[in-house]
Design a protein around this ligand. Structure first.
Ligand code: SF4
Length: 247
């Protein structure tokens, strides 16, 4: 990571700092320093101070989580936000929680990840042809960012997408990510028809431009414990993603 950026402390500063980033490393430095959403800054830091009993001896990350993966990725995997005791603890997206276990096992089975687990930032995990990011980069209370927080955070993703020129498909993990990805498309100058395409598992929105969306239920415990999302269902989405970008 490059030298720490001056923290962005409001939406205008996020947009300006993101636009100035010339590399993924510069963007990462800007994201990690960001303090633009007071409610989320307070929450992420409170969680990091108080910790869950199981992780009481660990030093929590307690800061925004940058994207992670292959800079030559053709597939962008877009999630909701870091988990309070997952990414907010370990400092890497979808790392150290059950959702990450589920996601990376599937990415390993479908050839996007070199290993099926994602435990901590130095665990050797590498992605091939995939980049993972959250629409909102800080852990929100109850996993629910506000629309204002979503919009404030969006410029980080807009610039990230510009710095990932090979991306040709966004896999959206859940409806929140789908909506944020539609906003990403708009920021990239791409049209979205009205009524807007609806999120669904394995739903493809392909208007014939350079950035189609593919929906996937979020691998939250709420979905995986109840069987709403199964391993074959998630593998099928990533297999389809691979097949789409290989055309
Ligand atoms: Fe900054 Fe995004 Fe975190 Fe808000 S959610 S403080 S914009 S990184």
């Amino acid at each position: 990571m490059t030298a720490p950026a001056a923290p962005a402390t409001d939406a205008a500063a996020v947009a300006a700092t993101a636009a100035r980033a010339h590399t993924l490393a510069e963007l990462e430095a800007g994201i990690v320093a960001c303090r633009a959403c007071p409610r989320l800054v307070a929450w992420r830091e409170q969680v990091a101070r108080e910790r869950r009993a199981a992780f009481a001896t660990e030093e929590y990350w307690g800061a925004p989580i940058p994207g992670f993966g292959d800079p030559a990725a053709r597939v962008l995997i877009f999630g909701l936000a870091p988990a309070a005791h997952g990414g907010n603890r370990t400092g890497r997206v979808f790392t150290g929680d059950r959702s990450g276990d589920w996601l990376f096992a599937s990415l390993h089975r479908t050839g996007f990840a070199n290993q099926p687990t994602s435990v901590h930032r130095d665990d050797g995990l590498r992605l091939h042809d995939a980049w993972i990011a959250a629409a909102v980069r800080c852990a929100p209370p109850a996993n629910r960012p506000t629309p204002g927080e979503r919009d404030t955070c969006l410029p980080w993703s807009v610039r990230e997408l510009e710095l990932l020129p090979a991306v040709r498909l966004i896999v959206c993990l859940g409806g929140f990510a789908w909506d944020a990805a539609l906003r990403l498309r708009r920021a990239a100058g791409l049209e979205t028809p009205r009524p807007r395409p609806r999120f669904g598992h394995d739903a493809l929105f392909d208007p014939g431009d350079r950035l189609p969306l593919l929906g996937c239920f979020h691998p939250s415990q709420q979905n995986t414990f109840t069987g709403r999302l199964t391993e074959p269902m998630m593998d099928a989405v990533f297999a389809r993603a691979r097949e789409r970008v290989a055309r």
